[in-house]
Ligand binder design. Structure first.
Ligand code: ASP
Ligand code: MG
Length: 439
């Protein structure tokens, strides 16, 4: 069985929906995961924020925008009156549900119900369209099988048995449509897999059904060797290892949700990144296969905060590091990058929601310095000790950029550097011209 995931732009334009239908309409059994039409989830967040700040009139106006977007798409897509009627009634139902929700007092539960409506309405629309084309497909609701535990991790066993039951109920069906992003949490409430989480939905599904391949279709060709928004002549990378893709996804390559590689990696299922607009382009194939080509790609992650803890008193003492990590642990704040010297440690974080408390605690173990507006530059590829000179090429390329931290050697496929965000674009461009110009 295959898993296909189509992102917001793929389901947001009529010509792209036509392309999706072409891609999925064959005899191969498949589960098709859909995101909300592009922009809709952002609008739903706006509605929820207006609801939170008790601006219900404004919220209702924005709800109308959602309704109009779906109506105009449906009117351009569906050609038969019965299908249109069917979709109108579904849409009315969902829109009045959102209106009922904002007429109650704000809670996080209500917010979570509002922000997933984009996926729900989008999958309904595509299902009605497939029915209109007499393509046999079944819409299975993500809340019937997708769940996370109290640590917000997927409940793999549970998902597997529930999804398999769903599939069994529809023997003879080749196309199953479902929503990305949506899940139930450990309390049984509607929740989500975080922004961009539809990719994660696809790889979780792929892993529990042992799919032969997971295809993630977006509006770009796959992983590029640098950020095309800031650097000219970037190239799509044909093959990547799971680990390389994971590092890049985490460190800023927007094309993939950061945690989505893991379930595929555990089961060894290939993940293919493809472009709906250019389906003939090869895309990026993520698997255990990787080429030994030195540095393969560069990505940057902004809004990083660096924290330096200096301790003369604890010099050479054991337990210093564990004390520091305990503090981050207590505030459930992941540390991305670490560098140490005998008397100090620097770490970076991107979640600053508990920064004040963390700093207060850290001050008990040493002097603390906090730097905001930092950027992590991540380089992946074959950077092990056997490939001489890669690190020096990186540092020479960055000779005009002040570097605050460097992390190298924890695995053989990654170097991470921390710089001030104001130098990011130049750093990406200089690295690109030095490292890739001869390729
Ligand atoms: N619609 C959700 C979002 O915008 C999930 C996704 O697109 O993957 O974050
Ligand atoms: Mg996405």
């Amino acid at each position: 069985m295959l898993v296909f995931k189509f992102g917001g732009t793929s389901v947001g334009k009529i010509e792209n929906i036509h392309r999706i239908v072409k891609l999925i309409n064959d005899d191969q059994p498949k589960i098709v995961v859909l995101s909300a039409m592009s922009g809709i989830t952002d609008i739903l967040y706006d509605i929820s924020n207006l609801h939170k700040s008790k601006q219900n009139n404004n919220a209702s106006e924005v709800i109308d925008i959602v309704k109009t977007r779906f109506l105009s798409t449906a009117e351009a897509l569906l050609f038969n009156n019965d299908s249109l009627k069917k979709f109108y009634s579904i849409l009315d139902d969902k829109i009045s549900h959102i209106n009922t929700l904002i007429n109650q007092d704000y809670t996080d539960i209500i917010k979570n119900e509002i922000i997933v409506q984009g996926e729900i309405i989008t999958t309904e629309l595509i299902q009605v369209y497939l029915e209109e084309l007499t393509i046999k497909s079944v819409l299975i609701s993500a809340v019937n099988f997708m769940s996370i535990n109290a640590d917000r991790e997927p409940n793999y066993m549970n998902i597997e048995s529930r999804l398999k039951d769903e599939l069994k109920n529809h023997k003879g069906t080749n196309i199953f449509i479902t929503q990305g992003f949506i899940c139930l949490n450990h309390k049984g409430e509607i929740d989500n897999l975080n922004r961009g989480g539809s990719d994660f939905t696809a790889t979780i599904i792929g892993s529990v059904i042992n799919a032969s391949e997971i295809q993630i279709w977006s509006d770009i060709d796959g992983m590029h060797n640098n950020d095309p928004r800031f650097v000219e002549n970037t190239k799509c990378i044909k093959n990547m290892s799971y680990q390389e893709a994971e590092e890049l996804a985490y460190f800023g390559a927007k094309v993939l949700h950061p945690t989505c590689i893991y379930p595929a990696k555990v089961k060894g299922i290939p993940v293919l990144l493809k472009n709906t607009l250019k389906p003939n382009n090869a895309g990026t194939y993520i698997s255990t296969i990787t080429e030994k080509v030195g540095i393969k790609a560069i990505a940057a992650k902004d809004k990083i905060t660096a924290i330096k803890i200096q301790s003369g008193r604890m010099l050479l003492a054991y337990g210093f590091l564990s004390k520091i990590f305990e503090i981050f642990n207590n505030y459930k704040t992941p540390v991305d990058m670490i560098t140490t010297s005998e008397v100090s440690i620097s770490v970076t974080i991107d979640n600053t929601s508990n920064l004040d408390n963390i700093v207060k605690e850290l001050k008990k173990v040493g002097d603390v310095e906090v730097l905001h507006n930092q950027t992590l530059i991540c380089l992946v590829g074959n950077l092990g000790a056997e490939t001489k000179g890669e690190l020096s090429r990186i540092l020479i390329a960055l000779k005009e950029i002040p570097i605050r931290m460097v992390s190298y050697g924890s695995n053989s496929n990654n170097v991470t550097l921390l710089i001030n965000s104001e130098h990011k674009i130049k750093a990406l461009q200089d690295l690109h011209s030095h490292l890739f110009s001869i390729n």
